[in-house]
Design a protein around this ligand. Structure first.
Ligand SMILES: [Zn+2]
Length: 342
């Protein structure tokens, strides 16, 4: 020791704003980043509420420039794994914009907004760092630590390099591990890794949409992971929320409310008409005769669609993809009628 000073033994140490624990478990660091990002999110949320509304592009831009940079600080180091705290934070950001509750199923929350999970972004940052280290001259300190990590990885499983290797193997890029740095194209590697991560995520998402009971209606009209037109359209917060709730199966209908009262699904009957039908989204939007007047007024304004001639699944798809502002107003009008009656 140069100055003859004994170093203290500590369980964690904060270095350049990142807390390192004794066993290099980055969960502590990520939770701290998540708390800091949550504070930045508070500023975005208060702007959003104070202004009364915001367009999708502006909301996304502010999120990308104020919350994401806090969230992904030093993610080249820890970003290879998925952390729940960060994903939950992003769900919160989306729920605020769409005006939906915590009960909304995650595949619908993500599917309508069309935002990819945080881990895909942080994983690409880690791969970008690997590309940089591969190209770095041997005399640089970072490069020396990188070479030490590679050597350590032959003896220990859970190392940074081994985690990177797993991703490269999954993306069929194993051959690059022994390449010399100058032969590696960072753009090619990043594009390959991102596209593999996105494909895998979309497969899992489609599977969840197909199998989640609450998404009974959602799966009939949503097949592709992308930002929905109604999300991008200039709608009021109430209109956007009405569409998002009906789509995600969280609109207060018997089919949803009966879940909390332990009523079997086949007994969640519509109380507004005498049809004896289950009050689900399709019945509410397409068939319930309590809303016939409101529905006819809507259909007069949408002369190109003929939902009466279509089977239920197609009818709801056509209606939800029609003029979103008019459909949102129709949902709100029906909701008022329902509220007065019940
Ligand atoms: Zn009814």
């Amino acid at each position: 020791m140069k100055r003859q000073k004994e170093l203290d033994y500590v369980e964690k140490y904060r270095y350049l704003g990142l807390t390192l624990s004794e066993n290099i478990d980055y969960k502590v660091s990520v939770n701290e980043l998540s708390a800091a990002a949550s504070r930045s999110l508070g500023s975005l949320t208060s702007k959003f509420l104070h202004m009364g509304n915001m367009d999708f592009e502006i909301y996304t831009k502010i999120y990308d420039n104020t919350v994401i940079p806090v969230m992904d600080y030093a993610s080249g180091i820890w970003g290879i794994k998925r952390y729940d705290s960060l994903e939950r934070l992003q769900y919160r950001v989306i729920r605020t914009f769409l005006g939906i509750s915590k009960c909304a199923p995650i595949p619908a929350v993500l599917g309508d907004m069309g935002w990819l999970p945080v881990y895909i972004h942080t994983q690409c940052n880690a791969i970008r760092l690997w590309c940089r280290l591969m190209k770095m001259p041997d005399n640089r300190l970072c490069r020396k630590v990188f070479c030490w990590d590679i050597e350590t990885s032959t003896r220990y499983k859970n190392t940074w390099f081994n985690n990177i290797k797993t991703v490269l193997n999954t993306c069929n890029l194993t051959h690059l591990i022994n390449y010399s740095g100058e032969n590696i194209s960072t753009n090619y590697v990043l594009e390959t890794v991102k596209s593999k991560c996105v494909d895998d995520f979309k497969d899992r998402w489609s599977n969840e949409v197909r199998t989640m009971p609450k998404l009974r209606t959602y799966k009939t009209f949503k097949s592709e992971f992308s930002t929905e037109p109604y999300v991008k359209r200039h709608l009021s917060r109430v209109q956007r929320s009405a569409l998002a709730r009906i789509r995600s199966g969280t609109f207060p209908l018997e089919i949803e409310q009966g879940r909390y009262r332990n009523i079997p699904p086949n007994l969640r009957i519509c109380k507004l008409c005498n049809s004896g039908s289950i009050e689900d989204e399709t019945h509410f939007l397409i068939y319930c005769d309590r809303y016939t007047d409101a529905r006819n007024r809507l259909l007069r304004e949408l002369p190109s669609i003929h939902i009466d001639e279509l089977p239920p699944n197609e009818a709801i798809t056509v209606l939800l993809n029609a003029n979103t502002k008019l459909v949102a107003n129709f949902i709100l009008e029906c909701s008022n009628i329902r509220r007065e009656f019940i």
